[in-house]
Ligand binder design. Structure first.
Ligand code: GDP
Ligand code: IMO
Ligand code: MG
Length: 455
């Protein structure tokens, strides 16, 4: 049974591409890249979206493997500037199949809004699919996110208030609703009734309004009508693509420092953006992944609460924010800015098994006379950490140790190759790669698609 047969049997509405169609056959002349995970190496907003948009020009399949509409993946290309929240960043290539994977939490309302925005810009969405096994973020999850943050009082997490934590909590508690449930109305009704018992109790405790089950069911039926033909079992698609040796990109949301298990818990998101989770969230065997590209900004930023040792509260921090336009793509919050953190990159590189680095936003440093790189953390007792990541309470107490590097004081925006970069810029990013112990594969020197090159 082929992909098309299976999908049509499970979802008669679905115009699923045949496995032998242009969606799933590697296009002539494009080398297979096999399976590449693209992951954030810092605190998020490293420029993952633009790297994936660039690489997707040669990819057959792009799969978002975790997270929800808390993402803001900015892509600038011939369709304009778009901050993608749920839709994979390969969507701008009409020949690339894009899947919102099982590891994601999908708010149908914001997905529909995002689809409308892209369609209005002329982007064709025929290649967009949603895993039937992905969880749904419903209006009550957003309500709970806001109420839970308020209940944290003076020590909030600083969430995006998109309902991500409550949706993943329901998934783990086995009371979540999956997007595939929309195609099974009787089953859905039972699941919803069941979920609302607990949800309404939680809302009452936190001072919220109870959910009107009937109205919500009606809304879910609207989502089914609008999204039903994109909801599929994605495994036959990923299996066929892998077996055909196609170029597959796995798109991560956020960075390792906000990973549920390995980040600055509890100031983390509620899923795992690290590469080890990528095949699971995407629906591929673990051993399928053969490249892991860590996307890393040439300096550091974070949005939300929690320890961020390299944060600058001075003129340099303000300058990084102003030149780098460091404001959240989803919430508009000003990002906390700081020098490059070599301890965090070493940790991120090892944990993700990075095979290459994509260094972004080098141009933002063009006008700094002197640059600093954090190479270690000093603990209150005077000892120094260089090659491990202390846990949150300890990380709150560390002082960064910096080395200084000369700036290049000239524009890199028009550089199109390694050789075009000023010698001081090459030396600076080589030092970043040395700290990560990973080779540089891509460098970006501006937000436009062509302001990036392979090394
Ligand atoms: P993501 O969430 O990891 O995809 O990153 P964001 O889109 O949230 O943040 C990256 C921001 O930097 C976006 O506004 C991009 O347009 C911008 N950007 C990406 N790469 C570069 C670059 O090389 N130079 C400059 N100046 N801006 C960049
Ligand atoms: P992209 O995909 C930066 C942060 C929030 C908060 C924590 C938990 O664009 O890199 P959540 O809403 O997920 O429960 O918030 O994670 N956060 C992000 N920070 N970029 C993002 O997405 C983020 N998504 C969540 O600020 O600290
Ligand atoms: Mg972002």
């Amino acid at each position: 049974m082929g992909i098309g047969d299976w999908a049509r049997a499970s979802n008669p509405q679905s115009p699923i591409p045949d496995p032998h169609s242009r969606y799933l056959i590697r296009r002539k002349g494009i080398p297979s890249m096999s399976v590449t995970a693209i992951v954030g190496a810092q605190w998020g907003d490293e420029g993952k979206g633009r790297i994936i948009d660039y690489l997707a020009q040669q990819a057959d399949l792009v799969i978002r493997f975790q997270g929800g509409d808390n993402a803001g993946h900015t892509v600038i290309n011939q369709y304009g500037k778009h901050a993608l929240h749920l839709i994979p960043s390969g969507i701008f290539n009409p020949a690339t199949c894009n899947i919102i994977g099982t590891g994601c939490v999908v708010n149908p309302q914001s997905l529909l809004a995002e689809m409308a925005t892209l369609e209005a810009a002329g982007v064709v969405l025929d290649n967009l699919w949603i895993s039937a096994r992905a969880q749904m973020v419903l209006p009550y999850h957003r309500q709970l996110d806001v109420l839970e943050e308020a209940a944290r009082g003076k020590d909030p997490i600083g969430t995006t208030k998109r309902g991500i934590g409550p949706a993943y909590a329901d998934k783990a508690a086995r009371s979540g609703l999956r997007i595939g449930d929309l195609l099974q109305p009787v089953w859905l009704e039972g699941r919803l009734d069941n979920a609302l018992v607990t949800v309404n109790r939680k809302l009452e405790i936190l001072g919220g309004e109870p959910v009107d089950g009937q109205a919500l069911y009606g809304l879910l039926m609207e989502y089914r009508d609008k999204l039903g033909d994109r909801i599929v079992d994605t495994v036959p698609m990923t299996k066929a693509a892998l077996q055909a040796g196609q170029a597959i990109l796995l798109e991560g949301q956020l960075g390792v420092m906000r990973d549920l298990d390995w980040g600055i818990y509890p100031y983390v998101t509620s899923s795992n953006p690290t590469a080890a989770f990528a095949p699971s969230g995407a629906g591929l065997p673990a051993r399928a992944v053969d490249r892991v590209i860590g996307v890393v900004k040439a300096y550091s930023t974070a949005v939300g609460d929690g320890p961020f040792p390299v944060e600058l509260h001075d003129a340099d921090g303000a300058k990084l924010r102003a030149i780098g336009l460091e404001f959240g793509a989803t919430t508009g919050r000003p990002r906390r800015c700081g020098w490059f953190d070599g301890v965090a990159i070493r940790y991120a590189a090892w944990l993700n098994g990075m095979t290459g680095l994509a260094i972004t936003k080098l141009d933002v440093l063009d006008t700094f006379e002197t640059l600093k790189i954090c190479t270690g953390y000093r603990l209150p007792d005077g000892s120094v950490i260089t090659d491990s990541m202390p846990d949150t309470p300890v990380l709150n107490e560390v002082t960064p140790i910096y080395e200084e590097w000369p700036g290049w004081m000239e524009s890199t925006e028009n550089c199109h190759s390694w050789g075009d970069l000023p010698a001081a810029a090459r030396a600076y990013i080589q030092r970043l790669a040395e700290l990560a112990d990973v080779k540089i594969e891509y460098v970006s020197v501006g937000a436009e698609r062509d302001q990036m090159f392979g090394v």
